[in-house]
Structure formats: structure tokens, C-alpha cells
Ligand binder design. Sequence first.
Ligand SMILES: *Cc1c(COP(=O)(O)O)cnc(C)c1O
Length: 407
Amino acid sequence: MLTLDFHPAGRHFLQIPGPSPVPDRILRAMSYPTIDHRGPEFGALGLKVLSGIQKIFKTTQPVIIYPASGTGAWEAALSNTLSPGDHVLMYETGHFATLWKKMAEALGLKPEFLGLPGIEGWRRGVQADMIEARLRDDKNHSIKAVCVVHNETSTGVTSNIAAVRKAIDAAGHPALLLVDTISGLASADYRHDEWGVDVTVSGSQKGLMLPPGISFNAVSQKAIEASKTAKLPRAFWGWGEIIEMNKTGYWPYTPNTNLLYALHESIEMILGEGLDNVFARHQRLAAACRAAVQAWGLEVQCADAAVYSPVLTGVMTPEGVDADVVRKVIYERFNMSLGAALGKMKGRMFRIGHLGEANDLTLMATLAGCEMGLKLAGIKLAGSGVTAAMESLATNEQQAPRLKKAS
Ligand SMILES: *Cc1c(COP(=O)(O)O)cnc(C)c1O
């Protein structure tokens, strides 16, 4: 047993943008006994989660489920569709886009990193016109794939994937479109089929409200065709055998049975609330969170209102204030975890997660903790973010979820 020398009352506030808090319903579902992964009950569970997850990705095409973190599904997306030395166009939105590019290099691909210079690129979404211009220049179609991050978790920016699709089509370019929505799925609107995405990568521990440990590749027919000739080595990640066995609800290896119980519960919860209601709830909470940041007199990391993330908000600390010190004060005093700044932004911002099971009161508690913590850290605030957030929630009262009256 892990021993802490401090036992605070109440629960820990896990307000990082993933892992997100796991609802009790999901934790209970995970405690069902582990069953025979070749037995009849398992096949029924497998078929149920495989069809349920398609609705979350808004696809009728196969979704592959791996017993791995999101990073594994990144590797699967690249290694199934590409060959050694392939030229890929990747877009720098932040730290996660940078890590995916590093992986592409490690796998023997030749990534080209497009983006706005310096910090600017980390404050805005994917510039689809830059992708279009680059693809138009690529007359002999040497670029095999375009890779973008939908919800950049390091900054709180949600890029317009439909615009990227349009850019590729406008350039008349045959490159595959690979999208990371590890932190966007089930929190921010996402449409695998409608947006013509070839591989969508996602994970369990963010919008789906599950513990870390499973991840996904939603694929297109074009991606499956590409996988038949792609030459990067792959074995465990290979789609072919998994897709074949998934037809009857099974996997070629031992799947993560208890996390699949959790996924089943999560899908029930999300579809029960309704995907559009889930997205609206996230937008409403994100707007209230930004209202708080503005009232404090601090800056939201995302500099373009068209691409504010509904999943998390990046908060920049004033010049000369180390954001990690603020996070440490908040953690030690209020038992609340906030996201650290990553990569280029290190020490200059913190990230507030408002995803998954977040609601009005969890957000208000989180913002109260931030406001008290910022003051304790000696930062002069312009005003009360808590009051501003309550006002924002009240002005969006029409969209507020309500418990249904018993009939
Ligand atoms: C969390 C995250 C990852 C990494 O996923 P792991 O589960 O930590 O491997 C990659 N990309 C984005 C956008 C993420 O939010």
C-alpha cells in the first residue's frame, strides 16, 4: 500500500487534461471478474464495444482497440500505413505534435515539420492554407501522409480537421490524413467519416473517462489498402489479423478485459447523455473557465477564439512568475493537480482540465482552488474569476443539464 504522510479530507481533484477522473460507475464495472477471452461471453462483450466505439468516432469503418497507451496507437497509425523513408508532413501545434514527429523519425520516416514560428504556433491551430500550399508544391506526390493533432493537450487548442481535409482535396493530393484526437474524443466534436480521416488515433484516459491502458485506431478503406503495401515493420500493431478476428468479437492476443468492461460502461454513459449534449457541456464549462482566467487578468494560452479547446484551458502566468511554483502551492494546499507546461512553454503556464465527467460544481471548485492558490502564490489578480465563471454559467443556463423529474 502506498503510504502518504498526509491524509487530506475529501477526494483528490485530478484536474489535469488526462488522465481525467474515473466515474464510480466505471470503476465498479472494472471490478467484474476477468473472464475467458476465448469464451462465448467475451465474444458478446467484444462485439458490443467494437460497435459502440464506432458511434463515438462517428464512423461505420473498423476501430482497432489496443491494450496500450495513446503512444502505442500513434505508432500503429504510422507503421501500418507507411514505408521506411516515406516523406510525411506533420504540423507543429505543440508538445504532442512534437512527440509524434520524434516518433516518426525514430521509425525511419522523413517528417517535415510545418508551423508558425516560435511560441506563436503553440497559440493557434493548424493553418490549413499552409498545408494546402505545401501539398500544391509537392508535384510528384512524394508526401505520403499529413499528420495533425486535433486537440493539442499541451496548449488547449482544437484545430479544424474539416479544413485540413478541404486543403488536401483542394491541392488534389493523394496523401493519407492521420489525426491524433487522443484528448479530443468524446469531449470535442469529432467526425472520422465525414471529415475523411484515414487514421484517427485516440486513447482511453481523457474524454472517455477510463484509466490509462487502451487506445484506438479508427481507419478508412484507403488506410487499409495502404497497409497492404506499407513496409514499416509491424507485428503486434498489425491491423489485418485484428480486424479479421474482431469480426467475431475476439482478438489475436489477450485483450485488456477489465478495461473493456470499463469502455462498455463509458460508451453507455456517453451515448446515454447524447454525444451532442456531451460536447455542449464541455463548451459551456470551457467558456466559464476562460471567463475566470480573463477576470483574473491572466492570458489564455490559445490566442485564437475560433479554436479554443473545450477540453482544457491553458493559463499563462505573469512575466517572471514560475507556473510550476503556482501548481505546487495548489497541490500542497488544496490537494488538486493541474497540468504542467510542456516543452517550449515550460514554467510559463498551467493547464486546467475540464473534461470527462466535469460539471458546473467540479469546475467551480477547481476555479476556487486556482483563485486561492494564485493569491497564495503572491499573484495580484485583477478580479474574481470565480464570480465571472458563475456569471458565465448563468448566462448559458438554457444549455445547462438537468436531472430528469421522476414521472
Ligand atoms: C495524452 C496524449 C498523448 C499521449 O498519450 P499516452 O496515453 O500518454 O501515450 C498523445 N497526444 C495527445 C494529444 C495527448 O493528449
